[in-house]
Write a protein that binds this ligand. Sequence first.
Ligand SMILES: [Mg+2]
Length: 392
Amino acid sequence: MKTAPSIARIDTFPCTYGTDRERMSFLYVRVTADDGSVGWGEVCDSYGCSYAGVLAHLIDEVFAPLIVGQPLVSVDLLADRMRLFTRRRLGDAWIAPQARSGIEIALWDLAGQAAGRSISELLGRTADHVEVYGSCGFLEEGPAEHHYEVIRPLLDRGVRKIKVRTGPEWHSDLDTLRKLRPMLGADVELMVDASETYTLPTARALAEALTEFDVRWIEEPLPQSERAGIEALVAHSPVPVAYGEHMFGLDDALDALRRRQLDVLQPDAATAGGISEARKMATAAPAYGVRVVPHVCSGPAALAANLHLAASVPAIRLVEYPPTLLPVWETFGDGAPLGLDSIVDGTLPVPTAPGLGVSISETACADHPYEAPGARVAGTTTGLPDRFVGDR
Ligand SMILES: [Mg+2]
């Protein structure tokens, strides 16, 4: 039997990339084996990786020493080692599983390369293409015409599911949506993301108002932590309710599934603790009648990891695809095409190369040094109202 390579080192690459719209940070993770092979992973905090410097430090100080020197005989064994050695001190929600995710994905990349198979093939690949939905901007960012211009390139590639975002001024958001809806065409399904903005009474009123638009789901209407409020909403909401980008592993998902606190589960392999943990979450959901649609909102390694997740869980038929991140994928990603041109009939090909199928350009990382966010907070762009006040 071939001896498994051992992990020689783990390096972190925090970066900040500026678009016209905003500055976003990302954290890429490189794991090097003693045979010289290299695996890439990525950490997502639900919106890039805003505090990439903090997460990089967590990897350097806490998780890398637990993995360096270990043989790569089982990714799941090493993922357990990271979790079980730290959970009683650092917990297993938020930044700890986010950081572990970056290493776990890189370990899968290495394991796939060693086996000469893609990650999804290693896990049992059930699809070569996955349908994507266009995950678009906040309605307050402009008139319906502006949103249509953003969405049109996706429609041209056959994408037929579009998500838009509502904010504190949700009445005017609905006015914009009323103008946008007919522009999209009757065959386009619509979803709405509320980014944890509302209290229960507002979430109820919005869900009721959204019946006018035949919406497939309303996402994170209340803060994820307000579980009792979410449960009350889901019990009577006229539109399905989606949560999951702030869920950290199977226990978290099972808790919400058992209490019926969601209709759509949105795990993210770069957030929840890794590809295996996100697969456990995704595999549990259908037993509760819950749909699974992975969350994607970060760099190219996170997108690729979630494509492999989708392609290895039969219940997953759809994945998030935010077009604002196209320049990020283009700048940092080498390997499998992830851009608009690679979308055929609304579906994106799942990478076929051994491992993740996408690596990260170290030159691009060096060209985009990390800037700590300071008072710049994720999701807030110039001139927008303060999201975190919500309707309170
Ligand atoms: Mg979301």
